[in-house]
Design a protein. Structure first.
Length: 664
């Protein structure tokens, strides 16, 4: 367990730095991230570097015994650079150039900006690689933030055509992959293809999916420029701070070039901006939704199957959400141990001291504007004093053997950005969302204290270090797994044949890799499962319906896949709505030593909990009856409600967290 903080020495008088550093050290801080927005100070004029202040900041932090994580400053290019190279500015789908004055004002594919990024990152790497304070690098800041992954500039149009040519070789193959026969979209050459989402109405969903992939590749390629520049001078770990469930680029691709993945954890801002209903937003007003945060931790831990970092941990109210409530007393401590329990090895608070000016002046820090301690300062100190007693069962130890993984997380949920984009592009029901579908399976497991791994779907069909296996998981869940291919179907079938249990959720196997409909749903798995989705029902928000499962009645909303089980599957539940004409909603079929199940309806929380609890207990997986708002995070037990609760022999104060005595 390591504590860190994000610090902007450039914002404060130099006379203050030594005091700040001493205070950080006394608080238990070990790593300090600096530099990631300071380009105009590092290079005030083209080609004239001013490292003097940054040298002094490094030395000051080093003298206090602190390690430095140096952020590259590329998410805020200086005005002179924009004026020299206006072509670097990103362009929105509306054709409008997005200008200087905030941040992220660059296109990831602009060649000049890539060269300039290489230059500034190389200069920093050359100067600081051997500084004794340096412990790690962070590339850029929050890739894709403010809708900057996708860009409609001339460079992007031209490079998209090249990207398509590489992918499809011939324009005929593209026409077939996109089914351009529809609405007279047939292209005669790649040079005729425009960027999507600028049409009169909805543009071709296959075209859009490829554009999303292309844009994601742009982010990954841009990051690689920086990684390559750093690597010429430094072997220290390189990370990037991503944003929770941010969907716009494929994080699985990004992390292959990084040593550690980090994410920025803002539980209150993220809940406020989420699609959760008002009653949930009010219930978790001051601590955020525990499962929304845990799911992000599990996502990032799963991207590399290694401990991750929290580069920015919310310390108080933020400035960027629609509403910005204060966190509860104890929330910062709670979030810190939640992070460690879910697999993080560092929690770094954002920021050291509240800014007195500019866009983030309403964002809290560990210190207030006047430099005196705020609530989070006190709680970071408590985390520091407790962490020795709370440590022990470290994630790295748990991840060191496959057997430990199986013991630790009996359930895997598959995650995939192509599936996410396919859902986004054609939701077919207003309430249908990829993360919402995943959350419908994730939340009941958290309520029962069952640990979950999020496993990137695309790694299942990769070889070597990049590949992942499902071996050892008792149960694998595949929510909204729209896109299936033959190689994927084989991996999943082998897993089941070997004794695994696989639940396919709504819309599974409905699309090909180029976002066309499979002739049969769920794709290549239909015959093996002995069932087919024959019709779909996209319901408006607020509408609920039921299915009958033996003696139980389950409720669902938003989506129903109507299943024909005449191919040999066993029917476990049927729809009650007369419009569904008695279709199956949930079917099962044994295969080899294991079992497939296909669940077409998006069940509500109590129904899904009931389904999973019975199944897990049958499989010998232990579940807990935790009180409302109480969660298990590995070795810790946490209370997300503002009242004292009892669970598993522990008394939990409001918003409290204790080390769990599993006693087994
Ligand atoms: Zn562009």
């Amino acid at each position: 367990m390591t504590l860190g903080v994000c610090y902007y020495p450039d914002h404060w008088p130099r006379e203050r730095w030594a005091q700040d550093a001493k205070q950080m050290k006394e608080l238990g801080i070990e790593r300090v991230r600096i530099g990631e927005f300071a380009w105009s100070l590092i290079e005030p004029e083209p080609g004239r570097y001013d490292f003097e202040w940054l040298d002094a900041a490094f030395d000051t932090l080093h003298d206090a015994g602190l390690g430095v994580i140096l952020g590259t400053p590329t998410s805020t290019a200086p005005k002179w650079l924009v004026d020299q190279n206006p072509g670097m500015l990103p362009v929105g789908a509306d054709g409008r150039v997005r200008g200087f004055g905030s941040r992220k004002h660059y296109c990831h594919r602009n060649a000049t900006y890539r060269q300039e990024s290489d230059r500034i990152v190389s200069a920093l790497a050359e100067r600081y690689a051997s500084h004794p304070a340096l412990v790690a690098w962070q590339t850029d800041n929050e890739y894709g933030c403010h809708d900057t992954t996708r860009c409609w500039c001339d460079t992007c149009r031209s490079e998209f055509r090249t990207w398509l040519k590489d992918r499809y070789q011939t324009v005929d193959a593209l026409n077939e992959a996109w089914w351009t026969v529809f609405w007279s979209q047939t292209y005669r050459s790649f040079d005729e293809v425009e960027l999507p989402e600028q049409g009169v109405t909805e543009t071709n969903p296959s075209h859009r999916l490829d554009f999303y992939r292309f844009a994601s590749d742009g982010v990954v390629g841009y990051n690689r420029v920086q990684v390559d520049a750093i690597r010429k001078h430094s072997d220290l770990p390189i990370t990037h701070n991503s944003m929770g469930l941010f969907p716009d680029y494929d994080h699985v691709d990004l992390v292959d070039d990084l040593d550690v993945i980090a994410w920025d954890n803002y539980p209150l801002g993220n809940l406020e901006e989420s699609p959760f209903p008002d009653d949930i937003k009010q219930k978790y007003l001051r601590v955020g939704h525990p499962d929304l945060v845990s799911m992000s931790h599990d996502l990032y831990r799963g991207l590399k199957n290694l401990p991750h970092w929290i580069m920015e941990q919310q310390p108080g109210q933020v400035n960027w959400a629609s509403n910005n409530p204060l966190p509860a007393e104890g929330a910062v401590r709670l979030w810190s141990f939640q992070a460690f329990g879910q697999g993080a090895e560092m929690v770094s608070y954002f920021r050291w001291r509240a800014a007195v000016g500019a866009q983030e002046l309403m964002h809290a820090g560990l210190l207030k504007h006047d430099g005196t301690p705020d609530q989070a300062f006190k709680e970071a100190g408590i985390v520091n004093s407790e962490r020795a007693a709370f440590d022990g069962d470290t994630v790295r130890e748990r991840l060191s053997s496959a057997a430990a993984v199986q013991e630790d997380a009996p359930v895997a949920i598959l995650v995939d950005y192509d599936d996410m984009w396919s859902s986004q592009i054609q939701p077919h029901a207003q309430g249908f969302g990829y993360w919402t579908a995943m959350f419908g399976l994730y939340e009941p497991l958290q309520e029962m204290g069952v640990r979950v791994d999020l496993v990137p779907k695309k790694r299942l069909t990769m070889d070597g270090d990049r590949g992942r296996s499902l071996d050892g998981y008792k149960l694998v869940l595949a929510p909204a797994m729209q896109i299936t291919t033959e190689p994927l179907a084989k991996v999943l079938t082998d897993y089941v044949a070997g004794g695994g249990r696989l639940l396919l959720g709504a819309r599974a196997g409905s699309k090909t890799a180029s976002n066309l409909a499979h002739m049969q749903q769920p794709g290549h798995l239909s015959d093996t499962i002995g069932a087919q989705v024959v019709r779909v029902d996209g319901l408006r928000p607020g509408v609920t319906r039921t299915v009958t499962a033996g003696s139980q009645t389950w409720t669902y909303a938003t989506w129903g896949d109507l299943i024909d089980a005449s191919g040999g599957a066993q029917v476990l539940a049927t729809y009650d709505d007369p419009a569904c004409q008695g279709s199956a909603a949930y079917v099962a079929r044994s295969h080899g030593q294991g079992e497939f199940r296909l669940l077409g309806a998006l069940l509500d929380l109590p129904s899904m909990r009931s389904l999973l609890k019975d199944w897990l207990n049958d499989l010998g997986v232990r579940t807990w009856d935790l009180p409302d708002g109480v969660r298990r995070h590995g070795p810790y037990l946490a209370n997300y409600l503002g009242e004292t609760q009892s669970a598993l022999g522990h008394t939990l104060p409001p918003f409290g967290v204790v080390k769990l005595d599993l006693g087994e």
